[in-house]
Design a protein around this ligand. Sequence first.
Ligand SMILES: [Zn+2]
Length: 567
Amino acid sequence: MGKLELEEIKQRVDIVELIGRYVALKPSGKGYKGRCPFHPDDTPSLYVSPEKGLWHCFGCGAGGDAIGFLMRIEHLSFREALERLAAEVGVELREEGERQRLLRVNAAAEAFFRESLRAPEGKDAREYLLSRGIGPDLWDAWGLGYAPDSGDALLSALARHGVEELLKLGLVLKGERGYRDRFRDRIIFPLRDELGRPVAFAGRALQGEPKYLNTPNTPLFTKGTLLYGLDRARERIKTAGQAVLVEGYTDVISLHAAGVTEAVSSMGTSLTESQARRLSRYAQRVIIAYDADAAGESSTLRGIGILLDAGLEVGIAVLPEGEDPDSLVRNQGLGQLRAALEGAIPFRRFLLELLPRRFDLRSLKGKEAALELVRSLWEHIRDPLIRREWAQELSLLLELPEEEVWGALKGRISWGERESEPAFGPEEVVLRFLLLGKLGQERVSQLEVGDFSPQYQRIVGLWLERWREGKGTDPRSLTLELGPEDQERLSRILLWDVNFSDENKALEDAWQRFYLVPKLEKRLAELRERMSEAEKARDLERLRELSQKYMDLCRGKVRLSGGAYGG
Ligand SMILES: [Zn+2]
């Protein structure tokens, strides 16, 4: 992705038109105002500035540029949002040569693993798969393979692609005795992007540890962003409006074979926010069908909060004790699994049934522990009506007055009670003038990144760097190089709805309080230090000299502090 293409896309996109597709915008000052789609908002607190190409919500703090808005509202990755905007404004993106090349190498690796599964050395792997009810037709459908034990089988088979490429893709490791295969004596599950291309691999050990080994982060793959099986399940999920979330690779394969083609796996038990957002692009509802054991129960609880935050409805399929979806189909038949999925219960009921099993609810200690557990999910529920209902249910279960339950649960932040954003102070005023290019050459040349608090240092550093190199410092070119958090800070400062009756005076005041006074105080502290040294050394001449300086500076400080900052 070239910087020029990016810049061109951002110049051509009409941010008001784009956001206007999702939010009714009304003109307000130099920009537009509307209700924020990212939090319950009746204020309206979303501001859009066509001039700066930025948006910001002063209710929930979200903000950024056009690409950031599209990513957030459509749950897209940066690249996907970019591709969509590029197509709309007619800028052609060239798929980078490297990416294509790496994808070809991974495809070659997949072919090698698949051949090895059918070769003599793949015997144990074949037997394992067959014992799980996964036959040759499924090996082909899912591209399953085997990584031989020798340690350099893949390395020599793919030598023509160059060892550097294999290293980049995490297929080989560099050890003391040279290069060797990462995956040895393992069953291989290709991990695919949504277009079905192998971007990484997971290897299950036939013996030894670790049981599962995955490709590390590579240019093609970021851990915690993919869902296993999504390439095959996404159409079905879209039609059904629902996804089934399981733990393991073989769970997904068995469920698809049994006709439950909306199953995907979080690849282990720790569902990530990124995976949940990805699911929310296709599904409205997710049924969690994790293993029926203690670990599965804990990860179900964690998963509920993450899915709720992604705006998804959550149901729980309660499996018979000790079973996972795969074993349930094998041991008790497809009917049992279907029954469990169709009988999936809302997460609130899941919790009401779980609490009496986990805690002794007759004791005060048990009630407290139960409330503590509920509280970890309470934060994720934004609908006040649902909160009310849930508090009533809990009050019955725990035999506590509803107000007490309510009080115990409200200990954390929630919408409406959210801490307000930090107020605008002299630092923000100076930063705003800097970003608008109105601080003045002389002041800018005195500034250093370290003068600002850590939250603003990346923004200021980038601005100063570009300014010194004579590059563009307008917001559009800045956001190209800032992460999402910094984009939010930038948009907040720039879209701050403020009118100074006297801009020069406002800047003068802020500059004094943010820059001059602290510098002066630092000087005074240094002087005090040197005075006490002079005193110790009984150097009266020097002490008198320093005291004089000190007095002069103090008088200067009084003058500076005289002008109160109005903002
Ligand atoms: Zn908002």
